[in-house]
Ligand binder design. Structure first.
Ligand code: GCO
Length: 262
């Protein structure tokens, strides 16, 4: 099990005050890593999250910064590396979604989704990878989506960003693997989070559609992502690079089935 140990490692997880980010960060923390908690909504939310991690026996420190603002990222990465230590693991999880038909979507909204879901992982990785290159080791995990492979009504900007993130992951691996840095992605299926709450309401057609469309016949629990995160952050994945690990209850494995079939 030493292969999966993250003892002595520092893991920066963007958007880790709640949801999938927190679930993955808790997994990394339980495997021994010190968690650098990030968010951009409020310092109070970050402080509350740090307390939550500590109550779970996880060493955590909080940094409020906007992952889409390069100046803030440069400042935060420098502060974290001098106050906590070199960043061994970067999880680019922070993201937004806007559900609007493409023909009605404002260009500014489209650009904002691309900025946070695609450009920010580039900005974060660009400034964290430099010390990983110098130390000839590091792990970067980009949080992709079903929309890295599939389209869906109303989430066109999100699909463009997540499709782009899949290829950005592969190109980062192409350019940085030679420094003994592993860059991979995790593609969550449909999980019970605040982001999916509007479409996961009892009686909401999309809710039933997902339960029927997913071979596991249920929405995922955020904790179901912890194992994949630990694997891609640990020595167990030292020769895995440019890979997207889908954790989706089997959605991508099947064409689906009509609702009258069991
Ligand atoms: C949606 C959902 C999805 C999920 C996830 C699926 O509106 O379809 O919010 O985007 O959050 O990304 O992989």
């Amino acid at each position: 099990m030493e292969l999966f140990s993250l003892k002595g490692k520092v893991a920066l997880v963007t958007g880790s005050t709640h949801g999938l980010g927190m679930a993955m960060a808790k997994g990394l923390g339980k495997a021994g890593a010190t968690i650098v908690v990030n968010g951009n909504s409020s310092q109070q939310k970050i402080n509350d999250a740090v307390l939550h991690y500590e109550r779970e026996g996880i060493k955590a420190v909080g940094y409020k910064f906007n992952v889409a603002d390069e100046a803030q990222v440069i400042d935060a990465v420098n502060k974290i590396q001098s106050e906590v230590g070199p960043i061994d693991i970067l999880v680019n999880n922070a993201g937004i979604i806007k559900r609007t038909p493409l023909e009605e979507m404002e260009v500014a909204d489209f650009k904002e989704v691309i900025d946070i879901d695609l450009v920010s992982p580039f900005i974060m990785s660009k400034h964290v990878v430099k010390s990983m290159m110098a130390r000839k080791q590091g792990k970067i995990i980009n949080i992709c989506s079903m929309m890295s492979e599939l389209g869906r009504n109303t989430v066109g900007a999100y699909a463009a960003a997540k499709g782009g993130l899949k290829m950005l992951t592969r190109n980062m691996a192409t350019e940085w693997a030679k420094y003994n840095i592993q860059i991979n992605g995790i593609g969550p299926g449909y999980f019970a989070t605040s982001q999916t709450a509007p479409i996961r309401v009892d009686g909401h057609p999309f809710n039933e559609f997902i339960v029927n469309r997913t071979p596991a016949a249920k929405w995922g629990d955020p904790d179901d992502l912890a194992g994949a995160a630990i694997f891609l952050a640990s020595r167990a994945s030292d020769f895995v690079n440019g890979h997207i690990l889908y954790v989706d209850g089997g959605i991508l494995a099947t064409i689906g089935k009509p609702s009258n079939e069991n």
